[in-house]
Ligand binder design. Structure first.
Ligand code: ATP
Length: 238
């Protein structure tokens, strides 16, 4: 098992955001985490990547406990996150944003290889490498956020709402690229409100409500589960 999250609790002051999350990820998988606003999806990713400190519970990555490590050490273990809302640096160029993602990699040959791979996944970024990131379209900014995470050469990629605010055609394009990234050997945990596209891409999924996991199954079974259909797949298909 690559990632084992066990009985994880997170609090923000008096707000109990996670009440005992259990979640496992095998090497090579794409695992989707679904749920409404405020269910605790982002908090779960942030706990894995070291951005929030759990109140209790364990997170084990490739046999090593990581729940007490600071975020930069977690990136050093090759876990990279593409945050919700993209959070790229608008006043820096595309290239400079990508360079920032490579801070854990000392080997210039590896950095160059990563960069070439990212430009082959997202040719748009190559065309715009000297452009200020703030002038990119929403879809291009999302590509840049994923590209920046890939510069850390991750074995585990955490994606927070990659479809947020994008037109359907761009969502399809981004999800096709996430599949390519996974096929290249990167394990993916995907937080999404767009449950249908997420479950079509993922191997397995977890459903969160109010800081708890309420369901977990293969993506195919979740897509057919009447409770999931009613609560999360009611909208128009894509
Ligand atoms: P969204 O899709 O809106 O990000 P989510 O499922 O990712 O939702 P979280 O962002 O993890 O949910 O939030 C879980 C709970 O923790 C919510 O009740 C939220 O209001 C609360 N919360 C999140 N961040 C903070 C914070 N920095 N301070 C206080 N409460 C927070």
């Amino acid at each position: 098992m690559m990632l084992d999250v066990h009985n994880l609790h997170v609090r923000y002051g008096n707000v109990r955001a996670l009440h005992g999350i259990d979640l496992q990820v095998e090497r090579g998988e794409i695992v989707a985490i679904l749920g409404a606003n405020g269910a605790g999806k982002t908090t779960t990713l942030n706990a894995i990547s070291g951005l929030v400190r759990p109140a209790s519970g364990k997170i084990v990555f490739n046999g090593q406990s990581i729940h007490r490590l600071p975020a930069h050490r977690v990136v050093g273990l090759k876990i990279a996150q593409s945050p919700e809302g993209r959070r790229i640096f608008g006043t820096l160029t595309v290239q400079e944003n990508l360079d920032l993602g490579a801070f854990t990699t000392n080997d210039p040959g590896q950095v160059k290889k990563n960069l070439e791979w990212i430009f082959s996944l997202f040719p748009r970024l190559a065309e715009r490498r000297r452009q200020l990131a703030g002038t990119l379209s929403g879809g291009e900014q999302q590509m840049l956020a994923i590209g920046r995470a890939l510069m850390a050469d991750p074995v585990l990629l955490l994606l927070d709402e990659p479809s947020l605010g994008l037109a359907p055609v761009l969502v399809r394009q981004i999800f096709k690229t996430i599949r390519e990234i996974n096929e290249a050997g990167v394990t993916v945990v995907l937080v999404e409100q767009n449950a249908r596209v997420a479950l079509r891409l993922a191997h397995r999924g977890y459903v969160m409500e109010l800081g708890k996991i309420v369901m977990s199954d293969s993506a195919a079974s979740l897509l057919e589960n009447p409770d999931v259909v009613r609560a999360y797949l009611g909208g128009a298909g894509m």
